[in-house]
Unconditional design. Structure first.
Length: 211
């Protein structure tokens, strides 16, 4: 197919709301101008699990999403919708009936991104923080940053201010291949780590300063 034909096909797909994959939907959503008030309205449903302030639950059952990069939120929602990230609890809340398509995704993501982050998330037992710090600095800083702030432009999640139990679960799921949208370089860095090692890193990360 030549370039012009491809371009008009993409335009057609976006105008009728059909996306070949989650990356296309994500890119299209991020190109739109968000309506934060509309996003706030949608968020009323999300608050049932993620709480009104977006701080989730200390036991890690529901993650902190407040203050996450807008790009990361849009990517996760597109991945969950495309079943590229297994999250059965959220499937009923990820369809067009709730989110209203790419514009709705961009709106709710913009609303969540501007909520203040959680200054005191759940933490680990604090017994192996030195080990956690050394491993974090060796294997994680390149992408998630010294303070765990990640990068909006690179779609690296903010992991500071997140609950210990959720961090640990994601690290285990990524290591064990249960999170389909995992970053391959990250996977390589943790694939040989046992649970105790991951616990020390998650504990260290849960104590990183939130801005
Ligand atoms: C019934 C409970 C429930 C509802 C309602 C819900 N979520 Fe979630 N959400 C979850 C769970 C559980 C996870 C974490 C799953 C996991 O451990 O991988 C999650 C994860 C997420 C993530 C990924 C967080 C991250 O750090 O990667 C985002 C973004 C998100 N939810 C946004 C939303 C939005 C927006 C809504 C409303 C439209 C919503 N959720 C409604 C349960 C819920
Ligand atoms: C090469 C870059 C890279 C490296 C190195 C890396 N990560 Fe990640 N990490 C990512 C990306 C990208 C994602 C999000 C993947 C996706 O869902 O799109 C992620 C996701 C995560 C998540 C899940 C966040 C959430 O909200 O669900 C955690 C926790 C995490 N990383 C911690 C770590 C730790 C700890 C290390 C070091 C042992 C590490 N990462 C190394 C890029 C990296």
């Amino acid at each position: 197919m030549n370039k012009i034909a491809l371009l008009s096909l993409v335009c057609l797909m976006t105008s009728i709301g059909v996306f070949a994959n989650e990356l296309e939907e994500m890119a299209y959503a991020l190109s739109l101008t968000p309506d934060i008030e509309a996003g706030k309205k949608t968020y009323e449903l999300c608050a049932a699990c993620h709480e009104e302030n977006g701080w989730g639950k200390e036991d890690g059952s529901f993650p902190v999403i407040a203050g996450q990069h807008q790009s990361v939120i849009v990517k996760q929602l597109a991945d969950i919708r495309a079943r590229n990230r297994e999250n059965p609890t959220m499937y009923p809340f990820s369809g067009d009936d709730v989110l209203g398509g790419p514009q709705g995704i961009e709106d709710v993501a913009a609303y969540i991104a501007q909520l203040p982050a959680n200054p005191s998330p759940g933490k680990g037992d604090g017994k192996h923080l030195e080990q956690g710090k050394a491993l974090y600095q060796k294997h994680c800083v390149a992408c998630h940053g010294e303070d765990g702030a990640g990068s909006a432009a690179a779609f690296f999640p903010k992991i500071q201010g997140q609950h210990y139990a959720y961090l640990l679960r994601q690290l285990q799921w990524i290591r064990d291949g249960r999170r389909k949208n995992a970053n391959p370089v990250m996977l390589k860095s943790i694939k040989d780590m046992d649970d105790k090692t991951l616990q020390s890193i998650a504990d260290y990360v849960s104590r990183l300063t939130v801005k």
